[in-house]
Design a protein around this ligand. Structure first.
Ligand code: SF4
Length: 276
């Protein structure tokens, strides 16, 4: 987790959960796994447990400590809707997002069915909030496109697609009810290729549907050399961010205290999950 991020479409990352398990072909070269496993068994390191899933309750209140408004990518090193993250814990995290409304939160998942179900039930309190953007990863037709349908049927004000790593031509995507599309290729050793025609097709569909389009990168083994120009320009469009006043230091401290007390009430469940 970090107050600053090098990811092109966000300002900061916040990881109240660490670790994950693979669920579809887009996970094959998961950067989070590669990073986390580097530190397995390093005593005292945040990733001492490698990429094993664990909750990090001491990080839950973190965005309330950041006075400057940021765009915050939630769980860049995990998936908030992973089966092993309890509903209560997800609710605590979303409660923090609700309270820290001077930020904009970007929640991205590959577990679209669970996110949809929770937005219809336990997270219904957050589904009309403009400063929380709900998104799904789309890497191919088989696994990715059904997530778009799940997202579309989820009650939410801002919905987005992270089409990365794009692994094949996904055809014409139904963009009804979608408010932002990010596209990118895979990077790093063994990166799978990205055909420009696949990207152009999505860009043109976005233009026709009036959906903001963000081209993140071509990727490849030398990502910085490949860059992010598409047909002689960059594409950096994003939805408009909601602008809310920043809470005073006193209110932020009171909210942090409240969050920590609420987390304390489910401490027994958390302890079992944190240490396993
Ligand atoms: S869902 Fe995301 S964080 Fe989890 S293994 Fe797949 S790519 Fe990695």
């Amino acid at each position: 987790m970090s107050a600053n991020s090098t990811i092109e479409w966000t300002d900061a990352t916040w990881n109240p959960v660490r670790g994950c398990t693979k669920i579809s072909p887009g996970c094959k070269h998961c950067y989070a796994e590669t990073f986390a496993e580097r530190f397995r068994d390093v005593p005292g390191h945040p990733y001492e447990q490698g990429f094993d899933l664990r909750l990090v309750p001491e990080k839950v209140a973190e965005p309330l400590r950041w006075p400057k408004p940021r765009t915050v990518f939630v769980n860049s090193m995990s998936d908030l809707f992973h089966d092993d993250v309890p509903d209560d814990y997800i609710e605590h995290c979303v409660n923090v997002m609700q309270r820290a409304d001077w930020h904009t939160f970007q929640v991205l998942t590959k577990r679209a069915d669970r996110m949809r179900k929770m937005l219809q039930t336990k997270l219904a309190f957050a589904n009309s909030l403009r400063h929380i953007w709900w998104g799904v990863s789309v890497e191919d037709r088989k696994y990715g496109l059904p997530r778009v349908d799940e997202l579309r049927s989820a009650p939410a004000t801002v919905r987005f697609l992270s089409v990365e790593p794009l692994l094949e031509d996904i055809g014409t995507v139904n963009l009804k009810g979608i408010h932002w599309v990010i596209v990118g290729g895979e990077s790093g050793n063994g990166a799978r290729g990205l055909d420009p025609s696949w990207v152009r097709r999505i860009r043109d569909d976005c233009a026709r549907a009036g959906v903001p389009f963000f081209f993140k990168q071509w990727g490849g083994v030398r990502k910085s050399e490949a860059g992010r120009m598409l047909d002689d320009r960059t594409y950096d469009d994003m939805p408009e961010r909601a602008s809310k006043p920043i809470a005073s230091k006193q209110s932020r401290l009171a909210m942090i205290d409240q969050v920590e007390r609420e987390l304390g009430t489910c401490a027994e469940t958390l302890v079992q999950l944190v240490v396993r």
